[in-house]
Design a protein around this ligand. Sequence first.
Ligand SMILES: [Zn+2]
Length: 207
Amino acid sequence: MNKYWKLYSERPKLIGFINALFINIVICFIAVCIYSSCILRYTDNTFMMRDGKELKFNKKDLPLDCFYLKDVPKLYVTAYEEMRVKINFEVSVDLFSKCVPWIFNKEPTYAPNGTVLIRMYESDNDFYGAFALVRYLDSGLILSSQIYINKGFKGDLLLKLMLHEMLHSIGLEHDNSRYSIMNATVTDYANEITYQDIISLYKAYSK
Ligand SMILES: [Zn+2]
């Protein structure tokens, strides 16, 4: 009898442990879901606007070809690569393709249609870390984009600047949420692509 009693006393412990583990996993999952869905856009329009029209690329241009000029350090190309994987994965659309070196002798004055071009931005003024130039038609159709990165940025800050400018390059507007990567000031808090941004990009660009 004692043996059987002992056997039974072990089982609830094991079941209790499995239950506790399961409950913890569920709680963590819910917490992560709540956390990520709490990162909401504060600004009304997700896309940049031109005369009431949202600036967007044509879906048939996707995935956008990316070029970088020969004076762009490898570090930036690696940052682009890392962020393009992140954006494509989070939005579930193949938005950006791999970035390849610009092979022609003459530098383009603007990026060819359906492309993103990464350029260096040399300035003594570090106030502006980076910016994106979007070339578009009156209809709101984006033809191409250029991402300018100021010299000297690396690590986490470079990744954030790259992510921010890449999202501008496909039409996203600034946002006032301190947690949004689209905040005009890239701070320690500004990390995430907001829930609305992901949904809006998916709606705009999924085939
Ligand atoms: Zn910006």
